[in-house]
Write a protein that binds this ligand. Structure first.
Ligand code: NAD
Length: 353
């Protein structure tokens, strides 16, 4: 095989291990920061306040308004708190929604971000920000958006509900699957993708059977880091485009939509990317679409767009939007093939490839 690629390593500091979120103050001081604003969703307010307590006089306050899809009006409220408290960094404790708010603040101010992820979505290691305004979701990539420090502490994920653990894990796996056939993939991104998929293939069933298994939680978080890093490193294709359309234009839940779509988009693209997907097919039992569908089913995750609230009449418009604006995909797409793919995902049929 002839090698021909370009590769840029992420400059972010990754800290991983049980109890290591207690080191947040140490890492902020090392970075020369002294006025941290802690961010969370309303649901994780108590944890955010506890974290602010451990930061002692490094903390200048807590903002608990983070919400799904990073609404710009929430960011504006948080920006006022940043300014009122004269914060010199943000500490985001939570899933992709809280990380999104920290990124939105950093995009506007270039403040340093320290992220402590508590789901497996993987946003903390990407330079991508999706924000919503007036019912429209737009995505931007910028170096200022990439969090500088990430502390993965599996102890903080022990209480992540099983259903959310499974769907956010499948969300992360989608980054790895699309990373394998990305146009700009490189040997390192592919290694990380395969390692991340292996970590989830073993850990998610264990999380379902024993949600408080430290080993399973640790492996799943390791998978989240790897798969998220792939998302940050290379371009995504059809799968992420469709999920973006369903989330942005039909208000479909983020992680669940990824979970339902993944077997169908992977099966669809297998025809054109069989060799690139071969290591993933091996992990999931031979056929990538069928293997991922069986895996999703075994975890008790949703299998149909119908159960997530999409109506059959929405499928035509979703297909129309998904084929607008050309983007790279290993298999050529057109309205007819994408409409059929969406129908299969809506019904939840087992993919043929
Ligand atoms: P989330 O952050 O929306 O969290 C869902 C709910 O679970 C929230 O109420 C949260 O407080 C709660 N929660 C989080 N961790 C918990 C825990 N350990 N225990 C109990 N409750 C907990 O969910 P998510 O799936 O992590 O993030 C979805 C968002 O992330 C979407 O807006 C999506 O667009 C974004 N995202 C962005 C990127 C990127 O690179 N830009 C990547 C992946 C996801």
């Amino acid at each position: 095989m002839t090698l021909d690629f370009s590769y840029a390593g992420s400059p972010a500091r990754i800290v991983f291990g049980e109890g290591r979120s207690n080191e947040a103050a140490v890492w902020l001081r090392k970075a020369g920061k002294s006025r941290a604003l802690v961010l969370s969703t309303p649901h994780q307010k108590a944890d955010a306040e506890k974290l602010a307590g451990t930061l002692g006089n490094l903390s200048v306050g807590v903002f608990v308004g983070a919400a799904m899809h990073t609404p710009v009006d929430v960011t504006e409220q948080a920006m006022k708190v940043v300014s009122d408290t004269d914060a010199d960094c943000v500490v985001s404790l939570g899933g992709g929604s809280t990380t999104g708010l920290g990124k939105a603040i950093a995009y506007r101010t270039d403040l340093l971000q320290l992220v402590i992820p508590t789901t497996y979505a993987g946003s903390e290691v990407t330079n991508i920000l999706g924000q919503t305004e007036g019912g429209k979701k737009t995505t931007v990539r910028d170096a200022k958006i990439l969090p500088e420090i990430v502390i993965y502490d599996p102890a903080l994920t022990l209480g992540l509900p099983v259903a959310m653990s499974v769907t956010s894990g499948l969300n992360a796996m989608a980054h790895a699957i699309e990373g394998l056939y990305a146009e700009d993939r490189n040997p390192i991104s592919s290694l990380m993708a395969v390692e991340g998929l292996k970590a989830f293939a073993t850990s998610l069933p264990d999380v379902v059977n024993e949600p408080r298994s430290f080993e399973a939680r640790s492996q799943a978080l390791y998978g989240a880091w790897l798969c998220g890093t792939v998302l940050g490193a290379v371009g995504m294709s059809l799968h992420h485009k469709i999920c973006h359309v369903l989330g942005g234009s039909f208000d479909m839940p983020h992680a669940e939509t990824h979970a339902v779509m993944l077997p169908h988009t992977a099966g669809f693209n297998a025809v054109a990317a069989r060799q690139q997907l071969a290591p993933a097919s091996e992990i999931f039992g031979g056929s990538i679409g069928r293997g991922l569908w069986d895996f999703t089913k075994s975890l008790g995750a949703p299998l149909t767009l119908r159960e997530l609230g999409l109506t059959e009449t929405d499928l035509d418009r979703a297909a129309e939007i998904a084929v607008q604006n050309a983007y790279y995909n290993p298999r050529p797409i057109d309205h007819t093939s994408i409409r059929a793919l969406l129908q299969a995902a809506w019904e939840g049929s087992r993919p043929s490839d």
